[in-house]
Design a protein around this ligand. Structure first.
Ligand code: THU
Length: 133
């Protein structure tokens, strides 16, 4: 269970990160904040590109920032979008997180704006895994 104080801190960090969202094409601004077991927080925002397919999701930006600094153990990910509620990470992001953790929870706001917490493995129960034979 993530403490309420941590949940508040994560949403606050996601709100700060969304200010940097670069979304001139979709106008859909996303912010994410990722909590490690040691209590560090890594943030991300979406970064779009004129070549649309190169767009980076906020969640994966937070993930690669963390992993590239040696982090692999994650407890929670908070996601927000400007002016939108009920946003959960896309399947590609859920697959990317599934590489590192099963126990992580995803924190998001439901349609009424209430904080929701769902386990990654519930949102994405069957990630692709390379089977080594
Ligand atoms: N986006 C995210 O940042 N996270 C998601 O989980 C899904 C979508 C971004 C990508 C794009 O910049 C915009 O939202 C619209 O799809």
């Amino acid at each position: 269970m993530i403490k309420k104080r941590e949940v508040r801190k994560l949403f606050q960090a996601a709100k700060e990160a969304v200010e940097f969202a670069y979304a001139p094409y979709s106008k859909f601004k996303v912010g994410a904040a990722l909590l490690t077991r040691e209590g560090r927080i890594y943030t991300g925002c979406n970064v779009e590109n004129a070549s649309y397919g190169l767009t980076l999701c906020a969640e994966r930006v937070a993930l690669v920032k963390a992993v590239s600094e040696g982090e692999k153990d994650f407890l929670a990910l908070a996601v927000i979008a400007v002016g939108k509620k009920g946003i959960t990470p896309c399947g590609a992001c859920l697959q990317a997180f599934s590489e590192f953790t099963k126990e992580m929870v995803v924190l998001y706001l439901d349609k009424e704006g209430k904080t929701k917490s769902e386990k990654l493995k519930k949102l994405f129960p069957h990630p692709f895994r390379a089977v080594l034979v």
